[in-house]
Design a protein around this ligand. Structure first.
Ligand SMILES: [Ca+2]
Ligand SMILES: [Ca+2]
Length: 356
């Protein structure tokens, strides 16, 4: 790669104009194997890795011993194609409010749908499922769905277009959105449209969601081009299906000007299949501070996305683990800065610890 010394900013610049990020001598360790499409992973307050598998299992994995302990099988999960048990979130104050939130696909009178359900946790078991949102359209492709509980105690839910692209632009459809509800399932009074869970629209299939300060980042799968990282703003239109990636083609420019479309922070062509994202700011791996860490499925690698101080731009990127574990889906971190990721190859999937 051609390196040009940029005297104005005193940083190395690669030939694509990005800052060149330092190498990191990371070490990987397979914590557990024999899993099937682990979709979500959370480093829990109990020091265990809480995982979902698409088939409907919720398990906890001991990051030291690798022991996998089944916690619950969600009985009405229907896994068609990309569908099944997907995202999960734990209540941020889990000791006082031991609630586990999940999003999954099911059959409703013969129609494939998606719903958000809250379970109560006690004595190593989940019980008392409460439906918070249901009848979200679903299909064998493009079901989202990542969950995120924000610092203001709202639940964000990314939904895919369920293979009906036009619904992403329809504010009254639950498809192709970032939805926002209260933790009891009611609709917040400060949502963009009264009585509507829509928070942002024009999404194709967002499968990564993370909060950093007052900012929300989402990753999104593009079609045959333009995977995206977006900064999510209340009520904004993110373009799909009228716009792919940036507003750079003539028809897109017309649509973007008329609809105040938010462009991504970054887009990838060819696509890498952008999945879960995490925000890294630990001193443990200082080279990764103030970066998003992105899992990629087709790309089979971890991508570091360095942010500027304001978090409004991605200034550089660097690839890790290229091809080492196949498709990568979920990511979480321990409080001491170790990173845990999951593969998603369909059989003998692994949870891998990244340390230094
Ligand atoms: Ca977009
Ligand atoms: Ca474009």
């Amino acid at each position: 790669m051609l390196l040009i010394c940029c005297t104005a900013c005193k940083k190395n610049k690669s030939d694509n104009g990005e800052e060149t990020l330092p190498d990191v001598d990371i070490k990987t360790r397979v914590v557990a194997s024999g899993l099937s499409n682990p979709w979500e992973m959370i480093y829990g307050p109990d020091g265990l890795l809480w995982i979902t598998e698409r088939s409907g299992k919720i398990s906890r994995v001991n990051p030291q011993t690798g022991a996998v302990t089944l916690l619950h099988t969600v009985s009405d999960v229907v896994s068609n194609g990309e569908g099944g048990l997907l995202g999960m979130a734990l209540h941020p104050n889990f000791t006082a409010n031991p609630y586990v939130y999940v999003v999954y696909n099911y059959n409703s009178s013969g129609n494939y749908r998606e719903k958000v359900v809250r379970f109560s946790y006690a004595n190593n078991a989940l019980s008392n499922p409460q439906i918070l949102l249901q009848q979200i359209p679903a299909a064998n492709i493009h079901n989202g769905s990542r969950l995120l509980i924000t610092s203001d105690q709202k639940l964000l839910i990314s939904t895919g277009d369920a293979n009906v692209a036009e619904n992403a632009q329809n504010k009254n459809s639950l498809s192709g959105k970032i939805l926002r509800i209260n933790l009891d399932g009611s609709i917040p009074a400060d949502n963009p449209v009264a009585g509507n869970p829509m928070w942002s629209f024009g999404h194709r299939n967002a499968q990564g969601l993370i909060q950093v300060g007052d900012r929300i980042y989402a990753s999104e799968h593009g079609p045959d081009s333009d995977d995206e990282i977006n900064l999510i703003t209340k009520g904004k239109n993110y373009g799909w299906p009228n716009v792919k990636g940036f507003c750079n083609e003539p028809a897109e420019q017309t649509f973007c000007a008329a609809n105040d479309v938010a462009e991504p922070l970054k887009a990838w062509t060819p696509t890498i299949a952008t999945a879960s994202i995490s925000y890294y700011n630990s001193d443990y791996i200082p080279q990764w501070k103030n970066s998003l860490l992105l899992m990629t499925l087709k790309g089979t690698r971890l991508v570091q996305l360095k942010l500027n101080e304001a978090g409004t731009e991605i200034t550089a990127s660097k690839d890790f683990l290229d091809g080492d574990f196949g498709r990568l889906r979920a990511i979480t971190q321990s409080p001491d800065g170790k990173v845990y990721i999951s593969s998603s190859n369909g059989n003998d999937d692994k949870i891998i610890e990244i340390a230094k």
